[in-house]
Design a protein. Structure first.
Length: 359
C-alpha cells in the first residue's frame, strides 16, 4: 500500500480524489485536521496519478515502493490543497449536532424511514414509481432506504457495472424522489462478493457515489449493508468519510451487531427481530436499549428490524417500535425489499409507526 500525505487549508466543500491513469479512484481520508491522506492499493508503481479537489487538479508519479510519502517530496511535488473560490456548502442539508439530526432551521429532524431496496431498480427499468412514492409520503415516511446494487439472489438484480448510463439514471432517480419531498438513504454496497469484489472498482464506485450525492441536499449515504454477511467482500477501512456537508454512515453490521466503526456522521444498525411475546423486537428500536450508552456519539438509526408479518400485522406492536425509535432519532419501518405497494395491513402498521415518531 502507498500512503500519500498532503496538507490542506480552508473549508472543505468536496472530498479530494486520487485517480491513477488506469482509471482507478481513491477517495481521501479527512479525519485528521489539516491533512489529506490517500491510501492507495495498487501495483501501478511509476504510473502517473492526478489529485482533484474543489475544481483544482495536481499530478505526480506513484512512488516505486510501498510506504508513506509526503506530497511535497514526490516527483513532481504535490502542493498543499487549498480550498478557495468554491461554492458554499448547500444550506438545505441536514447536519449533525451531538446525537441529533438538525434541520436548516435549527429544529431537530427525526428519521422516518421506509425500506425500498428495489426502488432504483424499478425506476431504471422504466416502471412508474410515483404510486409508491406517494404512498410512503402519505403514510408519514420522510426518507427511503434504497440500494445502489443487488445480486439476483431474491429474484431481481441491479448490477451497476452492466447498466448503461447508470449514474445518469441515479441522478434522475434522486430528482424524482426529491420532487415528492422525500430524502434518500443511498446504501452503496450490497452483494459485493458477486457484483464488485475488486477493491479498485469499489473505491471508484464510492467516489462516484459521493460525487453524485454531493449535488443533492436530500441524499445521505450508507457505505455498506450488513458488514460480515457472506454476500459481502469489502473492507470498510478502505473507504474514506465524505465531507462537504454530505452525511454518511460507515455501514451496518448483522442483526444485533454494532454499526461499522469508526463511526462517521451517523450509525446504522439492524435491531433484534424477536417477535412477541419477547419484547426485544420493539424495545431494540430504542438506540439506548440497543446499546446502553448515553449520550450517543452521533445519531443511531435502527434501519432494519421485525417486518409486519413477524408480529402478525398488529399495529400496537408497530406503534411500540415507533415509540421506542422516537426515544433517540427515529428509525426505519422495515418490510420486504421489493418496493411493492403496501397492502392494507402493512400500510396500517406503517401509519402508526410513523405517527409514533415526532414530526
Amino acid at each position: 500500500m502507498i500512503q500519500i500525505n498532503l496538507n490542506r487549508s480552508g473549508t472543505v466543500t468536496s472530498v479530494p480524489i486520487l485517480i491513477i491513469d488506469d482509471g482507478s479512484i481513491t477517495t481521501a481520508d479527512l479525519s485528521e485536521p489539516g491533512r489529506v491522506i490517500f491510501r492507495v492499493h495498487t501495483d501501478k508503481y511509476g504510473w502517473q496519478f492526478h489529485v482533484q479537489w474543489a475544481g483544482h487538479v495536481a499530478s505526480s508519479i506513484l512512488p516505486r515502493d510501498n510506504g508513506a510519502y509526503e506530497g511535497s517530496l514526490l516527483t513532481p511535488p504535490l502542493p498543499d490543497l487549498v480550498y478557495d473560490d468554491v461554492a458554499p456548502v448547500p444550506t438545505g442539508r441536514l447536519r449533525v449536532e451531538g446525537e441529533s439530526f438538525i434541520n436548516p432551521d435549527n429544529s431537530k429532524w427525526y428519521w422516518k424511514g421506509a425500506t425500498d431496496f428495489r426502488l432504483l431498480e424499478r425506476f431504471i427499468h422504466g416502471e412508474d414509481i410515483n404510486p409508491i412514492l406517494d404512498q410512503r409520503k402519505s403514510c408519514g415516511a420522510n426518507i427511503l432506504r434504497v440500494v445502489a446494487m443487488k445480486a439476483n439472489n431474491t429474484g431481481w438484480e441491479l448490477n451497476p457495472l452492466s447498466t448503461p448510463g447508470y449514474w445518469d439514471k441515479v441522478r434522475e432517480f434522486f430528482k424524482k424522489v426529491h420532487s415528492k419531498g422525500l430524502k434518500v438513504e443511498f446504501t452503496v454496497f450490497c452483494d459485493t462478493r458477486s457484483l464488485m469484489p475488486s477493491t479498485a472498482d469499489q473505491q471508484r464506485f464510492w467516489g462516484e457515489a459521493i460525487s453524485i450525492a454531493q449535488e443533492f441536499d436530500h441524499v445521505l449515504l450508507e457505505l455498506i449493508n450488513e458488514m460480515g454477511h457472506p454476500t459481502q467482500y469489502l473492507d470498510p477501512n478502505d473507504f474514506s468519510r465524505p465531507g462537504g456537508g454530505l452525511l454518511a454512515s460507515h455501514g451496518s453490521g448483522l442483526t444485533d451487531a454494532p454499526p461499522v466503526h469508526p463511526l462517521w456522521d451517523f450509525g446504522t444498525y439492524h435491531a433484534r427481530r424477536d417477535p412477541p411475546p419477547d419484547t426485544r423486537g420493539f424495545t431494540n428500536y430504542d438506540a439506548y436499549e440497543f446499546q446502553a450508552e448515553y449520550p450517543k456519539p452521533c445519531p443511531f438509526i435502527p434501519d432494519e428490524g421485525m417486518k409486519p408479518a413477524s408480529f402478525g400485522y398488529d399495529p400496537t406492536v408497530s406503534a411500540l417500535m415507533g415509540a421506542h425509535a422516537s426515544m433517540h432519532s427515529g428509525g426505519t419501518f422495515h418490510t420486504d425489499i421489493n418496493s411493492d405497494l403496501w397492502d392494507e395491513s402493512t400500510e396500517t402498521c406503517a401509519r402508526v409507526f410513523f405517527a409514533s415518531i415526532p414530526a
